[in-house]
Write a protein that binds this ligand. Structure first.
Ligand SMILES: Cc1ncc(COP(=O)(O)O)c(C=O)c1O
Length: 405
């Protein structure tokens, strides 16, 4: 399929390019010493991803340990309550540990093992990536340090307990707003001291090359499975696919399989309390080009050009930028990015729980909220939503802040 002059038949062969660029976005903007460590990871990944032993081992893990394939469910009652459009969800909430994050963590940890590393480190926002990485570390017998903002530690207490039970060392970050961006800063600082023994397993499709490539590849199992399952269920492709976008891993995983198909693709960002800077984390909607955490992308900046403070009810979407491939596909017009606010999100959280018996993560509730709005506009057809995770981690917070609705 050709889209605005780009041939999507050959897209994955050329994106990213050899230096990790998607158009002008991406790259590897880190100190020379760390650059060597990244080159080592790139070389190891590009070798291992073609090895039948690695692919076979990952397939076995996905089936026997993660419980893949996760199903696609038809949301019949919710769809009927809206109108004629049929809504479907890809159930990453049923992936082991309750979110899509384990898809790339098992791949990253297997790579660490292959490279002879003893330790894996990462940041986490909602705690899902931290739990997933702690799980992978336990599975492969690796040490694991997880950096997490003090605000998120309080908000996501069940996930903090899970990481500790799994044997990970949770490092509290008390700088700045004490959320995801500061956790990434702290994890990077630690990595620059420890890169010989460990690898930094970035929690999303962002960071310096090769992480946007690697995380997309590991997550693409979501879209590949979902496309096949949807065809089996309905005999056709969905008219639209929808996923929430924080750093962009669950969205890229779902979207990759549909880029070369006649399907509308929507990435949903958090509008939080509203469009004023500081009240949201909708970087692709309101941001401008800039470099942060080792990559060039679209980001939200303050008056000094520094990453702006951001807010979202969802800790996992609370980040001032998004992965470079999203920025590229946004500019190209292949993916449309739009927003929903906290209120719409919480409404969707309760609707999916009450009408379908599925308690979604607050992050995923953004995608559900947007799909519900889109369904009203479309009038007919079908929408496939990536339900990136389950909401157990959010229940205490929701009840305390919003009560039972
Ligand atoms: C359930 C869930 N969905 C989505 C996200 C957002 O991350 P990404 O945009 O990388 O999928 C997170 C992040 O923690 C998450 O926990």
């Amino acid at each position: 399929m050709n889209y605005n002059g780009l041939d999507f038949n050959t897209y994955f062969r050329n994106h990213p390019d050899i230096n990790g660029y998607f158009g002008k976005y991406g790259g590897c903007y880190i100190p020379d010493e760390l650059k060597k460590a990244m080159d080592e990871i790139t070389e190891a990944y590009l070798t291992i991803c073609k090895s039948s032993k690695f692919i076979g081992e990952l397939r076995r893990i996905r089936k026997e340990f993660q419980g893949r394939p996760t199903p696609v469910s038809h949301l019949e009652r919710l769809s009927n309550s809206i109108g004629n459009v049929q809504l479907y969800v890809k159930r990453e909430d049923l992936n082991h540990t309750g979110a899509h994050k384990l898809n790339h963590c098992m791949g990253e940890a297997l790579l660490a093992k292959y490279m002879g590393k003893k330790k894996i480190i990462a940041e986490t926002g909602a705690g899902q990536h931290g739990v997933a990485l702690a799980t992978a570390a336990a599975y492969f017998g690796l040490e694991c340090d997880i950096y997490m903002g003090a605000v998120d530690i309080k908000k996501q207490a069940p996930n903090v307990a899970r990481m500790k039970i799994l044997g990970a060392n949770v490092v509290e970050v008390t700088d700045g707003l004490q959320t995801l961006k500061e956790a990434v800063d702290a994890a990077f600082a630690a990595y620059s001291k420890e890169y010989k023994e460990c690898i930094y397993c970035i929690g999303s499709a962002l960071g310096p090359h090769p992480f946007p490539l690697m995380v997309r590849d590991f997550q693409s199992v979501v879209g590949i499975e979902a496309k096949e399952q949807f065809r089996e269920m309905t005999g056709e492709l969905p008219d639209a696919v929808v996923a929430c976008v924080g750093g962009g891993s669950n969205a890229m995983g779902m979207f990759a399989a549909f880029l070369n198909e006649p399907v509308d693709i929507y990435g949903v960002e958090p509008l939080g309390r509203g469009p004023k800077l500081g009240d949201h984390a909708a970087s692709l909607t309101f941001g401008t080009e800039g470099i942060m955490h080792g990559f060039n992308s679209i980001m939200l900046k303050d008056e000094n050009g520094e990453p702006a403070p951001v807010y979202s009810v969802a800790s996992g979407l609370d980040y001032p930028s998004s992965g470079p491939e999203h920025a590229y596909l946004r500019d190209l017009g292949r993916i449309k990015y739009d927003v929903v606010d906290d209120e719409e999100t919480i409404d969707a959280f309760f609707k999916l729980s009450r009408m379908e018996g599925i308690i979604p993560a607050i992050e995923s509730s953004h995608a559900v909220a947007y799909a519900m709005k889109l369904a009203k506009e479309m009038n007919r057809g079908s929408i496939l939503i990536n339900l990136s995770g389950r909401g157990d981690k959010d229940m205490d917070y929701i009840i305390e802040k919003y009560g039972i609705r």
